[in-house]
Design a protein around this ligand. Structure first.
Ligand code: ZN
Length: 170
């Protein structure tokens, strides 16, 4: 199985934001503002619900790191960042949760305007792993799970927004 990884522009080169970039950023801002309003309207979660969600995140270990590719991306704000995407994705700017918050200036969301693939996040191990449980807890203690939790939460929220937006428009 091989994937043709795409690239768009030169993330590290000179870059002039295009009309389409501005439009995509406006759309992303609009969605983010809408989510914020909806979240503000929603009743706060009960303690039971919070516990349920935590258990869900804890049980969700996700694919191992070698399932991911690293991409260098230029964000709308002009900052360069590296993001991880599943290796089956041929580009980093599509799908739920593609817009990332900028780690440098905090712009959130910031759409991706240029990108190039860097390489796999990790090489697959030669021998089979001891057990997935151990792997999960090791990764958790290294802080990776926290990021995965945030991403899962983010994806769930965005999926919900997509669903609601489809029912609102058209
Ligand atoms: Zn930035």
């Amino acid at each position: 199985m091989s994937i043709e990884y795409e690239s768009l522009g030169l993330p590290l080169g000179e870059y002039q934001l295009s009309r389409a970039d501005h439009r995509r950023q406006r759309e992303a801002d609009g969605i983010a503002a809408w989510v914020e309003r909806e979240v503000a309207k929603a009743p706060p979660w009960s303690e039971e619900k919070i516990r349920e969600m935590q258990e869900l995140f804890d049980s969700e270990t996700g694919p191992p790191p070698w399932e991911y590719m690293r991409w260098r991306v230029r964000l709308y704000c002009g900052h360069i960042q590296e993001v991880e995407r599943h290796r089956r994705a041929s580009r980093p700017d599509e799908g739920v949760g593609a817009d990332v918050p900028c780690a440098e200036c905090g712009k959130d969301p910031a759409v991706i305007v240029a990108f190039e693939v860097v390489g796999p996040v990790a090489e697959p191990p030669m021998a089979p792993q001891v057990s997935s449980r151990n792997t999960a807890s090791r990764r958790g203690s290294a802080g990776r799970r926290t990021k995965a939790e945030l991403e899962a939460e983010n994806s769930a929220l965005r999926a919900e927004v997509e669903r609601l937006r489809r029912t609102v428009t058209e």
